[in-house]
Write a protein that binds this ligand. Sequence first.
Ligand code: GLU
Length: 416
Amino acid sequence: MDAGGSIFNAMLQEFDGAARLLGLDPGIWKILTHPKRQITVSCPIQMDNGEIEVFTGYRVQYNITLGPAKGGIRYHPGVTLDEVTALAAWMTWKCAVAHIPFGGGKGGVICDPTRLSRRELEALTRRYVAEIIDAIGPEKDVPAPDVNTNDQIMAWVMDTYSMHVGHTATAVVTGKPVEMGGSLGRREATGRGVMIVTREAAKHLGFDVKGARVAVQGFGNVGSVSADLLARAGAKIVAVTDWKGGVSNEKGLDIPKMLDYAKQHKTIDGFPGGDPIDNAKLFGLDVEVLVPAALENQITMENAPQIRAKIVSEGANGPTTPEAHRYLHEHGVFVIPDILANAGGVTTSYFEWVQDRHGYFWQEDEVNQRLERKMCEAFDAVLNTSLRYKTDLRTGAYIVAISRVATVTKMRGMYA
Ligand code: GLU
């Protein structure tokens, strides 16, 4: 791994490049490179076999200058405080790029959810929420789904918080089931945002996503919806990989059939509509668009030189190391950075929070139209900034984000 193995250091490298170009005030620079609050909790759970296991969980509120902390909760065996802190920082910049009134937060629990029963998963979720209960709330910190968490888990988060405060508090968490205060369009929102910015980037580069060849790494919530909506926009999805394996077909994969297959088998591995492919081959394919939609540190100096795509659209958070990003940029690859490309999820989370607080719910096409507008505005702001500063899109996105947070930090002034 690059950046000394630390994901937070990778975030800092990205930040520093932009802050230097921006001529950021040194005091503000210090503030924005430190997490506001990091919470570590132990969650003892009685397992189905009667034994007690203790799971470690984190919640980091990186910055809350623009509003309540906002960001998902991930369940993964590889979760670390360093990773959660970097992800919380990225949420800060993402919310600022999306121009929504939130700060950045993130949560994580070290666990392998595939080895937990439904009862154990519920118990772990409720205990984790109980342990961080004082730190969260509609005005304080609003969690959401992330890697390996879904609407059912958000329902348990909402219920646990509501039981503690003594009333139903829908706005404490987003990405909930639609029946209990979730927003229409939220589940698809991250993938929809990826589709929108990819379409805009192609337009900027002078080609149409219609007919473009696309390879997608990851077939979870982000990868699968990105693939589906890009295919609906006329792109040809020629390869998809996931945690277990992958499938390619140069004539284009049948994504609706693949979605059914994935629902049944929990993987796309073995899908009959193509030939097997692995990640190494996927990254080197002759495609117009590559969508990394899995985990961090997937595009490194090991595979960046093989990438032939014109556009890399970062559905995942932190999929490209700083060194690999520099290499891609220098070799003419148009990288749409994570804090822009995958901002559709948190943008629709903002819409969900607004609807919950009003107790008035919008039609799906209204949600999607508002998302379309927000994503296009964010894309234009980032593109124009990167052109003005003669830099890559990631640095442009950081410049937009840092300027917005820095302006408000200065306006609010220093307490004590
Ligand atoms: N986990 C998603 C992200 O990384 C969504 C966060 C949210 O909706 O708060 O952007």
